[in-house]
Unconditional design. Sequence first.
Length: 343
Amino acid sequence: MATTKVTTDVIDMSGNAGGLTWVKGTTVQQPSGVIGEIREDTDTNRTLVYTDETGTAEWRNLKETAVTTPFNLEYLIVAGGGGGGYSYGGGGGAGGLLTNYGGSKISLTPGISYTVEIGTPGAAGGATSRGGNGQDSYLSGTGLTEIRATGGGGGGSNGFSDLNGSAGGSGGGAAAFNSAGATGLGGTATSSPSQGNNGGNGYSGSGGAAGGGGGAGGAGGTATIGQAGAGGLGLEVNIVGGTGNFYAGGGGSNANGTNSNGGSSIGGDGGNPGGNGTVYTGSGGGGSGTTAGQGATGVIVLRYPTGTTAALAGGATGSVDQTISGSTDLYAKVTGTGTITFS
C-alpha cells in the first residue's frame, strides 16, 4: 500500500466531531518501531508510543493521570508488649490491639504515603525496676484519623517503687510482695479506645506469687498461694486467612511455688528465666526469679482488594501483596517502621 506523506507542520481537524483512529493490532504484530510512531495494542487496550524517553528506544504506554479512587481496607494494629518483672515478678502486659477485621472498613487513597509505626518491645525488669512498657504502634496519613495502639504495661518487680504492674494497652501483672509485705496490684488497660485487659494482682506472704500480664483476649490471672497468675489470653484475628492466628497474649508470672504460662502460647512463660514474648505478636514477657523476659515487637497487618498494590519505603520492613487462601484480597504485614503507599 502506498504511503501518503503530509508535509505541513499543522493539521487542523477542529471542524470534525469524531475521533482520530490510530493504527491498531496485537502485541505480536507490533513493529520494530520508529521514534514518534503511535499505535493501539489490542491485547492490552493501551495506546503506545515509540520513544527514547528512558535513553533506550522502545514502545511505552502513553502517560495517563494516576487513578486516585479510594479503596476499602481492614487493619490489625498491635503495639509492643511489656517486659516481665524480676524476682517473683509479674508478667508483662500485651501491647494494645485494634482491628476492624470483619467490621466496617476504612477508606484509603492511592498515591498517599501512610506512616506505619511498629512498637518496640518493653525491656525485661531488673533488681530495682519493673519491666519496661512496650511502645505504641500506629497508622496515620493525610485524610486518615490516626489509629494508635498503646504499648503494653511492664510487669512489677520486688522493689519498693516497682511492685505494681504498669498501665498500658494491657496492664502488666503485679509482683508478689516487697520487703514491707505489701501486695502488688495489676496494671490497668487503656480504655479509650478499649484494646486490652488488666494485669493480675500478686499474692504476698509465705508462698508469694505474682500476677499474670493482661492480654487482648482476657485479663491476667491473679496469684494465689504458691501459684503464679497466668498470662491473659491473646486474641484470634484471622485477617491473613486460616485459623489460629493469635496476637497480644499476656506474659506469665513467677512464684515461690508453681510458675505460670504466657497467654495463648505467645506470651512469655514465667520461670527461671522468664520467656520472651513471641516476635511480631505484641505479647508480654514472662516474669522471673532470675532473668525476666522482654516483650514482643508489635505488628501492623493491612488487608486490601486485589487490583491494589502496596510498596514499603522509609525503612519499613515486612511483606506486601500476599495472597489469602479462599479470598481475592491481599495483605501486607509490616514489621518495621516507615511508610506504605498503595497504587
